[in-house]
Design a protein around this ligand. Structure first.
Ligand SMILES: Nc1ncnc2c1ncn2[C@@H]1O[C@H](COP(=O)(O)OP(=O)(O)OP(=O)(O)O)[C@@H](O)[C@H]1O
Ligand SMILES: [Mg+2]
Length: 271
């Protein structure tokens, strides 16, 4: 038998990279292993209400005595902390970061690491990938029943990286009734299906009024995915102190209905 050939420096470097990637993946999955269900809130279109839906579903679940972590994965423009009015950041415990809690929800966000709120974060794909990985394995996630992930818009690098890294169990797709938002939501659903991941259902936000109504439900039917419910346009989202679902009975009822439908879909997908 011939003795093994000595590796070239390039081959050594490639092997070291593969080993490092493998170790990082293992550290991430160890860090996330206590989490019950991982839910991505997503849409291809910006500004349709992903952050609003992610935060209000989180506080609704927490108010029902569930343990909830909310991960603001919009690395470029994180704004969960703004919506929840969190000023204190995570605290260091050994080599882990313990996220602050607000309205019963543990929150982790890139915003904690910005020097100021208006700072623009211009990162390329590999940097986003590294930042997300860093977040995932250096956070003490504990063992929440649910992890809600507020994804960045688009179908490009950032959301894709998040989807591939976190191993999400399923997605809530947010759209408005407007046809352009519906078209983008359709693209998002197709992307998720292409990745063989699950769509828990669609939420129609800004329902009624000038935008009309029914676009989200029609899309759900067309794509054969569940419709989770609608959210009307409401001035209660302007309140600076409380998330709208805690501030207003009618918004609270809409989120309770959506959350119940979501939980039903999660249970159905696990059985
Ligand atoms: N149903 C609603 N009624 C009134 N205002 C709303 C409603 N839903 C969302 N908004 C407001 O619309 C704005 C955009 O919502 P949000 O930030 O949740 O969208 P997004 O999809 O997360 O945006 P981005 O793509 O930039 O991350 C916010 O100011 C929010 O308060
Ligand atoms: Mg957002």
């Amino acid at each position: 038998m011939s003795s093994p050939r000595k590796l070239t420096p390039q081959e050594e470097a490639r092997l070291a990279q593969v080993r490092a990637n493998f170790q990082e993946r293992r550290r991430i999955s160890q860090s996330l292993e206590g989490i019950g269900t991982r839910i991505g809130v997503y849409s291809g279109k910006g500004g349709v209400g992903k952050t609003t839906v992610a935060t209000n579903i989180s506080v609704t679940l927490a108010a029902q005595e569930n343990k909830v972590s909310l991960f603001d994965c919009d690395i470029d423009c994180p704004n969960v902390t703004r919506v929840l009015r969190i000023s204190e950041g995570p605290v260091q415990n050994g080599d882990k970061l313990v996220p602050p809690a607000r309205f019963g929800v543990n929150v982790m966000s890139m915003a904690f690491f910005q020097d100021n709120e208006e700072e623009a974060i211009v990162w390329r794909g590999p940097m986003i990938h590294n930042a997300i990985n860093q977040f995932l394995h250096s956070t003490d996630w504990g063992s929440p029943d649910y992890m809600i992930v507020d994804l960045p818009p688009g179908t490009s690098d950032a959301p894709l990286t998040v989807m591939q890294t976190i191993n999400l169990d399923g997605f809530v797709i947010v759209t408005t009734p407007h046809e352009l938002a519906v078209l983008d939501a359709k693209r998002s659903i197709n992307m998720i299906k292409k990745m063989n991941l699950k769509v828990y259902g669609i939420v129609e936000n800004l329902s009624g009024g000038v935008f009309g109504t029914g676009g989200g439900e029609a899309l759900a039917e067309e794509m054969t995915v569940p419709f989770l419910g609608a959210l009307s346009m409401s001035a209660d989202y302007m309140n600076s102190k409380l998330p709208a679902s805690l501030e207003s009975k009618s918004v609270g009822a809409e989120f309770t209905a959506i959350t119940e439908n979501l939980k039903r879909q999660i249970i159905a997908s696990k059985s």
